[in-house]
Design a protein around this ligand. Structure first.
Ligand code: DHB
Ligand code: FE
Length: 256
């Protein structure tokens, strides 16, 4: 970050926080309690997550406000490099017996409605217990749209996500009496010609946390899937869901 921008942001941030100190007559002991908390948070490696929870969607929305197309959403902490899935199957091993199967499909168009062939879609998500594979590539992978801009992946329905129960983020939310749970979602990135054009998330209509996702502002109706139930041989539930993606017509339109 350039020096002027850094200094201006620091000054404004301190000004805003001074207002909070005055409003609540925060004592020096309480400030030190906050400092100790941030030390613990840093040691746990969870500073990024807490910033995401409070501020990422404000950033995503303000940066993307002119782009049009599918609403972007935060990348979150668990993005990685993913393998190509020639058959569109994101599973690397059998899921839990109670996992609901999901076929996610749709088209990629630009905001004029023209289909985008050969776009690269990159998916990652938690499993049916709300856990991300952070070592391997289970429930992660890339595919390409076909000549008509169509895509399809085979996966399972992820579960609501509460991995912070044992770190300082969970500690903070427990202390406030709030749930620290992410509504179940699948992350998607879209690249065209090697250029990143969209980062978003789609939410599961079966989630109990759509109205109280702890990432403020993340869930919106346009990003909630509609499940089409399918007959399933296995006894587990099985759905299809269509999610059409519209990307801004040019990268410049996103940047300006
Ligand atoms: C967090 C987790 C996610 O999966 C995500 O997409 C965003 C934030 C988190 O742990 O805070
Ligand atoms: Fe996530």
């Amino acid at each position: 970050m350039e020096r002027e921008r850094l200094e201006a942001i620091w000054e404004r941030t301190v000004e805003k926080l001074k207002e909070v100190v005055r409003e609540f007559k925060i004592t020096e002991a309480e400030l030190h309690e906050a400092g100790d908390y941030f030390n613990r948070l840093g040691q746990s490696g969870m500073c990024r997550s807490l910033i995401d929870v409070a501020l990422a969607m404000t950033s995503v929305d303000v940066v993307a406000s002119k782009s049009g197309g599918t609403r972007p959403n935060l990348e979150g902490p668990y993005y990685a490099k993913h393998p190509f899935r020639a058959n569109g199957n994101l599973l690397e091993h059998e899921p839990a017996a109670d996992a609901a199967r999901l076929v996610l499909y749709g088209t990629v168009t630009d905001t004029t409605g023209a289909s985008v062939a050969d776009a690269e879609l990159d998916f990652w998500q938690a499993d049916s217990a709300g856990i991300y594979d952070r070592k391997g590539a289970h429930l992660r992978g890339k595919i390409k749209t076909d000549g008509s801009g169509r895509y399809q992946v085979t996966t399972i329905v992820p579960q609501d996500y509460a991995e912070h129960d044992h770190d300082p983020i969970g500690e903070l939310f427990r202390a406030m009496g709030r749930p620290n749970i992410r509504a179940a979602h699948v992350h998607i990135k879209v690249y065209v010609g090697g250029e990143l054009r969209l980062t978003t998330q789609v939410f599961m209509p079966t989630s109990e946390y759509l109205g109280r996702d702890y990432v403020e502002g993340a869930v919106s109706d346009d990003l909630i899937l509609r499940f089409e139930p399918e007959p399933s041989a296995r006894g587990s539930k099985s759905y299809r869901a269509k999610f059409d993606i519209a990307i801004a017509a040019s990268p410049e339109a996103v940047a300006s």
